[in-house]
Design a protein around this ligand. Structure first.
Ligand code: FCB
Length: 486
């Protein structure tokens, strides 16, 4: 996760391998809305977003993109984009409202019609089983800090695969367990909002165990199913000398704490003790379950992290101290662009990450970029156009990096842009727009942005037009490459 690959290619066009899977990604709580509909139970995100002060502007996912009621039209829109895959998540509390006990048939029916709608349009489903919406009743019993939640998750995985597994597709057990444990249990910025190292360390192990138990259950229920897990990964960049140890600890705590168990069956020794699950929680056989072979690893990449020695004296405004590591800070280098959310844009980080991860995964395990994208200050002009050139540039840079990784031997089999729509961006609410399709949340009107036409053109050509200027946009303001009518 710390290698460097700075070469730029001069080829006139970056052609992707045949069958490269082009998709977009979403998640249930962020798009579905219909929070009270058809027997859905409450999730931790319902509780959290309805707690004053937790989400910007008091936003909730009650309505979101109303995808639950508009999925037919939205699938038509997906069809016009011509992308081969759609990543969505199944809402656990819609399928099993209390997390245990009775199954909600109306929830199952929704996902059945969704996957059939996708297949009818020749779009491959990429099904995430857990994208953060834990049934509230399980949280009331300790949530991910309670081992029992992992067992309940495996049951739920089996219910879903029995209901819709016959459609094939790709199956992702858990999305970004690191974010769940850290933001949800250690620092409290996400649901369920705990700030407790002990709970977070327990959640770390139980999320991994949930993956392992579900993996075994899915394979038993449906031999031949394609299953993996999605991890958020952050290349750690060291600026200047002296922060080597801090960089390798940061790598262990942000990347290897989930990657190593899945790939190697052990926790990274470099992580500090209070982040690691205590031995008493790790039962015999757990690590074997967690490290059972997967068909693919999903990588979510947004930004690298830059660590350095603090300048002695008073902390500088651009330096953020790293808790528990005196003298070490993170920074956002001034020369690098940032998205409207303040996330540093560095496409080379994607290249480095893919190369580093591929060097460790087992032969035969493919990689997918299951999320990558940027939030921008998008707005619709009076003519109803969204000129999001910033997003086109973002896509362009990251797709070129993905292409270089493939050229250099990485078994990258697909790329999912986050996200199809503007949606509920967790504690940021609706303020941060990541979509290829603009959503006017007051009317639910959808407007495909310029980036949607650009991305559809790349997918159709299975190639990225390469410009010598390094920009995706011509001087005329027109994106390079084929623009598809979406
Ligand atoms: C990831 C999440 C996804 C979305 C993007 C911007 O961490 O998996 O739901 O919020 O960030």
């Amino acid at each position: 996760m710390t290698t460097n690959g700075n070469d730029r290619s001069d080829e006139a066009v970056h052609i992707f391998p045949d069958g490269f899977l082009w998709g977009t990604a979403t998640s249930a709580y962020q798009i579905e809305g219909a929070a009270q509909a058809d027997g859905r139970g409450a999730s931790v995100w319902d509780t959290f977003s309805h707690t004053p002060g937790k989400v910007r502007g008091g936003d909730t996912g009650d309505i979101a993109c109303d995808f639950y009621h508009r999925s037919e039209q939205d699938l038509d829109q997906l069809g016009r984009l011509g992308l081969a895959a759609f990543r969505f998540s199944v809402s656990w509390p819609r399928v099993r409202p209390s997390g245990r006990g009775a199954v909600n048939q109306r929830g199952i029916d929704f996902y059945r019609s969704l996957v059939e709608g996708l297949l009818a349009r020749a779009i491959e489903p990429a099904i995430t089983l857990y994208h953060w919406d834990l049934p509230q009743s399980l949280e009331d019993e300790g949530g991910w800090a309670n081992r029992d939640t992992a067992e309940r998750f495996a049951e739920y995985a089996e219910i879903v695969v029995e209901a819709i597994g016959d459609v094939g597709g790709m199956w992702i057990t858990v999305n970004e367990p690191q974010v769940v444990a850290h933001e949800g249990y250690r620092i409290g910025l996400h649901a369920p909002g705990h700030s407790d190292d002990t709970l977070a360390a327990a959640a770390t192990h139980h999320l991994l165990l949930a993956h392992g138990l579900a993996l075994a259950r899915l394979r038993e229920a449906l031999p031949g199913i394609r299953v993996g897990i999605t991890l958020d990964m952050h290349p750690i960049r060291m600026l200047g000398a002296g922060a080597e140890e801090a960089a390798s600890i940061a790598d262990a705590e942000q990347n290897r704490i989930f990657l190593d168990p899945v790939i190697h069956g052990r926790y990274p020794a470099k992580a500090r003790a209070h982040l690691l699950p205590p031995a008493s929680l790790i039962h015999d056989g757990d690590m074997e379950l967690v490290a059972a072979p997967i068909d693919f690893l999903g990588v979510n990449y947004y930004s690298p992290q830059f660590v350095k020695l603090a300048v002695p004296g008073a902390p500088r405004p651009e330096e953020t101290p790293v808790p528990g590591m005196p003298g070490i800070v993170t920074v956002k280098p001034a020369e690098l662009p940032q998205t409207s959310q303040g996330w540093v844009v560095e496409p080379e980080g994607l290249y480095d990450l893919l190369v580093a991860v591929a060097a460790e995964t087992a032969p035969g395990c493919s990689l997918y970029v299951t999320e990558n994208g940027c939030a921008a200050e998008d707005y619709a002009t009076p003519e109803g156009v969204v000129n999001d050139f910033e997003r086109i540039d973002y896509l362009y840079g990251h797709l070129a990096a993905a292409w270089r990784a493939i050229r250099d031997g990485v078994p990258l089999a697909g790329y999912f842009y986050w996200s199809l729509f503007d949606n509920f961006e967790w504690s940021w609410g609706y303020q941060k727009r990541f979509g290829l399709v603009f959503v006017d949340f007051s009317t639910q009107r959808r407007i495909p942005k310029r980036s949607a036409a650009f991305y559809a053109g790349v997918a159709r050509a299975n190639a990225l037009p390469v410009s010598t200027s390094g920009s995706s946009v011509e001087a005329s303001g027109t994106p390079r490459g084929e623009l598809v009518d979406v």
